[in-house]
Design a binder for this molecule. Structure first.
Ligand code: ATP
Ligand code: MG
Length: 137
């Protein structure tokens, strides 16, 4: 079993897609280990996306991620990290495959509905950024 970290981003929460996204995740056999709704500050978004600090879209991305409520969650299944990335689809929804979450719901390369960890090390950092140990017991 492997755990990954995911966020339902502000665009999806605003448009009322949270339930539909969760249904796709559950249908794909992920166990929902933990989930919570919160709003993060621009500084908190910057800490989460620190690896992108030098990218030209960083300022806009952190504005977007702090623009409304999000759901943060920990998901579990075999091969969870790669399987969630596949279910999400390409970063730019214009390039996302049919049947993926971003193809179905994402409006743009920035407002792209969902985040998923891209490797074991990042999953560990991202889970720890938003969840305490007792929430995952
Ligand atoms: P995420 O990390 O959110 O799961 P990802 O791994 O598919 O997405 P990254 O390259 O890590 O994509 O970029 C992080 C996020 O930054 C993207 O999901 C998107 O919201 C935003 N982003 C990426 N590239 C661009 C871009 N060229 N213009 C605007 N926003 C972008
Ligand atoms: Mg990424």
């Amino acid at each position: 079993m492997q755990r990954t970290f995911s966020i339902i981003k502000p665009d999806a929460v605003r448009k009322g897609h949270t339930g539909a996204v969760l249904a796709m995740i559950e249908k794909a056999s992920f166990q929902l280990v933990a989930i919570k709704k919160l709003s993060i500050s621009k500084r908190q978004a910057a800490g989460f996306y620190a690896v992108h600090a030098q990218r030209p879209f960083f300022n806009s991305l952190t504005d977007f991620m702090s623009s409304g409520a999000i759901f943060v969650m920990v998901l579990e299944k075999e091969n969870a990290i790669a399987d969630l990335r596949k279910l999400m689809g390409a970063t730019n929804p214009a390039n996302a495959e049919e049947g993926t979450i971003r193809k179905k719901f994402a409006g743009s390369i920035e407002e792209n509905t969902i985040h998923g960890s891209d490797a074991e090390e990042t999953a560990k950092f991202e889970i720890g950024y938003f969840f305490a140990g007792y929430e995952l017991a």
